[in-house]
Design a binder for this molecule. Structure first.
Ligand SMILES: [Mg+2]
Length: 419
């Protein structure tokens, strides 16, 4: 994918152009943007204007860009409010509390004509967008419905956005208020989450080389990489990152869209090879042998797989306390820590997607433990069976990494296996 001979634009077929900060700031089209878009069009490139701004209707953004000679058709414009309508339609919900502008409400109504919106409830889903008229009373109502089990959808989580006068309060700030009040994480429609990008590329040739061009490493660049797309950052200076794998590191940095037509070099990045983690948790696992040298295993209720007793560190808890607690909860046994077996981080095998929760990457401390007391019994919530197994006769469907932890526990040197 490295291109030294040609211009940068040659490396891609589909250009997902972030609107705010790349095409325009406020209402002002940035210098060179119109000429650059014309040139991409003349080269036969596919263009999509994507924006995380949840306030305007898609038709408004199209009208504004068309008036500036930028957008050629409404299909080229993909707003997060319009995408939210598509997402709600797929969820097949019947009622929604929507906090946002008239534009957001209109795009949702167009996508979901049968959806009851803001009619007093009860609500299947709370949609958090942004409007400068949102009140604490409305947030309180939204938090109440989420607490009662309504799904929680956020158009986007940008904490602020650029204006001619500097940065202004964004959706992410009010989403954070709802998260704080409810302890619930929303499903996010906009960048860096997939739905907006998925909608922007719907129907395009899957072999097309897609690039996201944006001004935010955290949303545009990381979101592109989460989708497997390339990313070009618009910034005065290339950002520096401590490690090459940082998902916020773009393949190239340009000062404006005009630079797409200059020779440039792309720094390719390795494929992730695992689902994008929404949370990273400190994990604990225990290797517990009985007097006969058999190892303690539990069968997990959610997947049916067998594994060592394991879980994660809760707030306010030490790592040592966490592993003792997990063994007690999952097996009924009281244990003492003998020694550290190893510290493990291997995203391809330690990123888990739970049906009802976030995608989590565990960084796990594994300990060898001795039984102090208690009696074996499965934990009703998490495990269906528990028992000691001969090392030579382990169940077949063991969780990934667990055989390695067990093997390392049979040696005496702590292992550090992190990547
Ligand atoms: Mg931007």
């Amino acid at each position: 994918m490295s291109s030294t001979a040609g211009i940068l634009a040659d490396a891609f077929d589909v250009f997902l152009l972030d609107v705010d900060g790349v095409v325009r700031v406020g209402a002002d089209i940035l210098p060179g943007a119109r000429a650059a878009v014309d040139r991409l069009r003349n080269l036969g490139k596919t263009i999509r204007f994507v924006t995380n701004d949840p306030r305007p209707r898609r038709s408004e953004v199209f009208g504004e860009l068309a008036a500036e000679g930028m957008a050629g058709s409404p299909a080229e414009v993909c707003t997060v409010g319009w995408t939210t309508g598509k997402v709600l339609k797929r969820l097949a919900v019947r009622s929604a509390l929507v906090l946002g502008t008239a534009g957001l409400l209109a795009d949702i109504a167009a996508a979901c004509p049968d959806l009851r919106v803001n009619d007093g409830g009860p609500y299947d889903v709370v949609v958090m967008g942004y409007a400068d008229t949102i009140t604490a009373r409305q947030l309180d109502e939204a938090a109440g419905w989420i607490a009662q089990g309504a799904r929680f959808l956020a158009t986007n989580t940008d904490p602020s956005f650029p204006t001619q006068k500097g940065r202004a309060l964004g959706t992410g700030a009010v989403v954070a208020a709802l998260q704080a009040a409810t302890g619930q994480r929303p499903v996010v429609v906009g960048k860096p989450s997939p739905p907006l990008f998925e909608e922007a590329t719907r129907g395009l040739d899957p072999r097309a080389r897609v690039v996201v061009i944006g001004d935010s490493p955290a949303t545009d660049v990381a979101g592109a990489h989460r989708m497997g797309y390339a990313a070009v950052l618009v910034a005065d200076q290339p950002p520096t990152f401590a490690v090459a794998e940082d998902p916020r590191r773009p393949e190239a940095t340009i000062r404006s869209l005009e630079d797409l037509f200059r020779p440039g070099t792309l720094t390719p990045r390795p494929r992730l090879g695992f689902p994008w983690p929404e949370a990273i948790l400190p994990g604990v696992a225990a290797v517990v042998f009985d007097a006969q040298g058999r190892v303690l295993l539990v069968q997990r209720r959610d997947t049916g797989q067998w594994g060592l007793p394991s879980g994660h560190v809760e707030a306010g808890e030490t790592v040592a306390a966490a592993v003792v607690r997990e063994v007690a909860e999952e097996t009924g046994l009281a244990v003492d820590i003998d020694r550290l077996v190893g510290v493990y981080s291997d995203p391809p095998s330690q990123v888990f997607a739970y049906p009802s929760g976030p995608v989590v990457h565990f960084v796990t401390c594994c300990f060898a433990c001795r039984v102090r007391g208690g009696a074996l019994r499965p934990d009703e919530r998490e495990t269906t069976a528990v028992g000691f197994f001969e090392i030579t006769r382990l169940p077949e469907n063991l969780l990934p990494m667990h055989p390695r932890w067990l093997a390392d526990a049979l040696t005496t040197t702590p292992t550090v296996w992190v990547r």
